[in-house]
Design a protein around this ligand. Structure first.
Ligand SMILES: NC(=O)c1ccc[n+]([C@@H]2O[C@H](COP(=O)([O-])OP(=O)(O)OC[C@H]3O[C@@H](n4cnc5c(N)ncnc54)[C@H](O)[C@@H]3O)[C@@H](O)[C@H]2O)c1
Length: 268
């Protein structure tokens, strides 16, 4: 997600710094962006000069670069503790006016805002996968997110060519509160032997006009991310209707995370 987000921001003529705790992942992200721009040139969607301009807006860095940032967008692992620790680390580096945002799929923006020490200038900017393709940014307003932060977030989303929709802070927000129970139910149907994965996906594609089936979509999102979202909703709502299917937990435990690891419900 980080590379997709960095790509669309750099394309909007905004200076962008991408960083990752894992340098191999950082390199992979930068290479993925460069190859997507090459493909845009090869298919005539932008000129070579445009692509060179995009590339000039993008660099790799470290969290020390937050010292000169207007906006910091976090897109790390979907677990509350590492996200809170990262924002605590960023707090003394970024100047007070810098807005902090999380691309979390489900974790409380009010809680992360509190950890950051700047809850008024903290917001959820929830992008969708693949970021360069999907137009939505779900903007999540925490309990203390200020009107100014919200207005700046909406302007930012529009400036990078996205359509913002503002929602309140609640586990899973709107998108994943609706989507993940469907994906989880598809996984339970697979576990119960109702049909094989391909049939479950075909039913939803042919019968419901979904562009991809729920199991293929889970593989695209990442099974660890799906599990993280379900765990957050299960814990924060205290409602068993969000309990993750045991085979989802088993696949994640075995390192089968979907497309990014080469295997999930399907092989890649
Ligand atoms: N995958 C999706 O479809 C999707 C969609 C919307 C939002 N999100 C959210 O975006 C975030 C990232 O998801 P992803 O699918 O890109 O995950 P991912 O596992 O592909 O990437 C996470 C990256 O974060 C890095 N990282 C982990 N801890 C770090 C730290 N402390 N500091 C710096 N970097 C660190 C990892 O090295 C890795 O490169 C999650 O919060 C997820 O819920 C994901």
């Amino acid at each position: 997600m980080g590379s997709g987000i960095a790509q669309v921001i750099a394309q909007a003529s905004i200076r962008t710094v991408l960083t990752d705790a894992d340098t191999a992942n950082l390199e992979r992200g930068l290479e993925a962006i460069a190859s997507r721009w090459e493909r845009q040139v090869a298919t005539g969607r932008c000129s070579a000069e445009d692509a060179a301009g995009f590339q000039a807006n993008l660099s790799s860095g470290t969290i020390a670069d937050a010292a000169s940032a207007d906006l910091v967008i976090e897109a790390i692992i979907e677990k509350p503790e590492p996200k809170s620790s990262l924002f605590k680390e960023l707090a003394p580096i970024a100047p007070p006016p810098t807005i902090f945002a999380s691309n979390t799929s489900s974790i409380s923006i009010s809680t992360l805002g509190h950890a950051s020490g700047r809850p008024e200038r903290f917001v959820g900017l929830h992008f969708f996968n693949p970021v360069p393709v999907l137009p939505l940014v779900e903007i999540v307003r925490g309990l203390e997110t200020s009107d100014l932060t919200l207005a700046a977030s909406k302007r930012f989303a529009e400036a990078i060519g996205k359509t913002p929709i503002v929602v309140n802070d609640s586990p899973g927000f709107v998108a994943n509160r609706v989507l993940l129970p469907m994906i989880n139910e598809a996984i339970f149907a697979l576990q119960d032997g109702v049909a094989p994965a391909t049939s479950i996906d075909e039913v939803m594609k042919l019968g419901m006009s979904h562009p991809m089936g729920p199991l293929a979509l889970a593989d695209l999102i990442g099974l660890d991310i799906c599990l993280g979202i379900l765990e957050t909703m299960h814990r924060d709502f205290g409602d068993d209707k969000y309990r993750p299917a045991p085979i989802l937990r088993r696949l994640v435990g075995a390192g089968k995370l979907g497309r990014k690891s080469g295997q999930g419900f399907y092989e890649y």
